[in-house]
Design a protein around this ligand. Structure first.
Ligand code: RFL
Ligand code: PHB
Length: 390
């Protein structure tokens, strides 16, 4: 088989890339390790920057997002049981945020690819890219048979544990990594969410109240890394969650049975460069950020926007200008979001080695942000997402 762009990974990055390329008349094949059901069962991100909303609309997958997504002016931070601060993206960055689940985005992208007759090969095993600095091709196994896919370019959209980044020689790849000594325990419940997406810094640990739609809520609490979900029956979760919010907010939380419950570790990771020969990395394959800043999916979308533009330029007129600048351009946005996500994580969580001084310093920093317009503007501008480069 032959195509122009072989895309490894059928998560949001890979599917969106194939959709954007198709709109420009560029052929691609998506190779996904898991079944479609598996991919669609993952509950992950929920908050979109306005730039991401526009990319999805331009990709022709904005319709359901525009009817079902929840627009909001920003998100709220609460601390010391009484203080409240709105990260006012509409006021300071001129843009609202959109709550719309990654699961829905993935469904919308699958539907669009199916409608356009796109090729997505799921349950593809042993996907392996070859000859990345020459004439690239990808081999894989499907239903017990070996296949070879020849291509001009390979897009590595296969997430943090994929094969793409691992196929870049160690002598070329530089990685930067930071682990955090806790995880997020998240649940989904068919209950009405709080009116505002609310982050809490509390002495018992971080908590977050988020939303998917008017009858679907997503909540998280910071938990020890070695906790098991079985140790967290729903009752314990709700009690712990409520204890971390000020009383009047806790009183508004509507509880109900969880329909999903999982623990995710927090990690910062950046790999440089995001290109090796004819291989281009995009999304979690190249970088991971802790979810505190809600940036992971947004970065995947901005990488894909840059990469699709670069490939379009190449297939339009043979220029490799954008392809040559892809890694540097994408990494500037990635590092901005990596720094912001790290900073917000440090500000909002309780670390096991922190003492009373550190806690007071966190509270004083939150008080400062709430009382200083330049500080409020700075956090809102970063939360809203930095603009795409021309
Ligand atoms: P994905 O979604 O991991 O998809 C990669 C796909 O590649 C497949 N794959 C392979 N296929 C073929 N061969 C191989 N060898 C393969 N290895 C892997 C996988 O099966 C998978 O289908 O990466 P992608 O597309 O780059 O998308 C990135 C996002 O999923 C991720 O950044 C976000 O979910 C992060 N994130 C959030 N981001 C936001 O922007 N806003 C948020 O509010 C937000 N909240 C979150 C989050 C991530 C979380 N977790 C669980 C890590 C909340 C949580 C709890
Ligand atoms: C979510 O809704 O899953 C969510 C919202 C905000 C975050 C992280 C996750 O910062």
């Amino acid at each position: 088989m032959k195509t122009q762009v072989a895309i490894i990974g059928g998560g949001p990055a890979g599917l969106l890339l194939s959709q954007l390329l198709d709109l420009q008349g560029i052929e691609s094949v998506v190779l996904e390790r898991h079944s479609r059901e598996h991919v669609l069962a993952r509950i992950r991100a929920g908050v979109l920057e306005w730039g991401s909303v526009e990319v999805l609309r331009n990709a022709g997958v904005g319709e359901r997002m525009d009817t079902e997504g929840l627009l909001h002016d920003g998100s709220v931070i609460v601390w010391s049981a009484k203080h409240r601060f709105l990260i006012d993206t509409r006021r300071y960055a001129g843009r609202p945020m959109m709550a719309y689940g990654q699961t829905n985005i993935t469904e919308d992208l699958y539907a669009a690819r199916d409608a356009a007759g796109g090729t997505i090969i799921d349950e593809a095993n042993d996907v392996t890219p070859h000859d990345l600095t020459g004439n690239p091709y990808v081999t894989y196994e499907k239903d017990g048979e070996q296949h070879r896919l020849d291509c001009n370019y390979v897009a590595g959209c296969d997430g943090f544990h994929g094969v793409s980044r691992a196929s870049i020689p160690e002598s070329i790849l530089q990685t930067y990594e930071k682990d955090y000594p806790f995880g997020w325990l998240g649940i989904l419940s068919r209950t009405p969410p709080l009116p505002e997406l609310t982050y809490a810094n509390h002495e018992r640990g971080f908590a977050l109240a988020s939303m998917r739609n008017p009858m679907l809520s997503r909540y998280y609490v910071q938990c020890p890394l070695d906790d098991d979900v079985d140790e967290w029956p729903d009752e314990r979760f709700w009690q712990e969650l409520k204890s971390r919010f000020p009383e009047e907010i806790a009183a508004q939380i509507v509880t109900g049975p969880s329909i999903e419950k999982s623990i995710a570790p927090l990690r910062s990771f950046v790999a440089e460069p995001m290109r090796y020969g004819n291989l281009f990395l995009a999304g979690d394959a190249a970088h991971i950020v802790p979810p505190t800043g809600a940036k992971g999916l947004n970065l995947a979308i901005s990488d894909v926007f840059y990469l699709s533009r670069a490939l379009t330029q190449f297939y339009d007129n043979g220029s490799t200008d954008y392809l040559d600048r892809y890694s540097d351009m994408a990494l500037r946005r990635v590092w901005g979001a990596a720094r912001f996500s790290w900073w917000l994580t440090m500000l909002l969580h309780r670390f096991p080695d922190q003492g009373a001084f550190d806690h007071r310093a966190q509270e004083v920093e939150l008080d400062y942000i709430a009382s200083s317009e330049p500080a409020a503007r700075s956090i809102a501008e970063q939360y809203a997402g930095l603009p795409f480069e021309e």
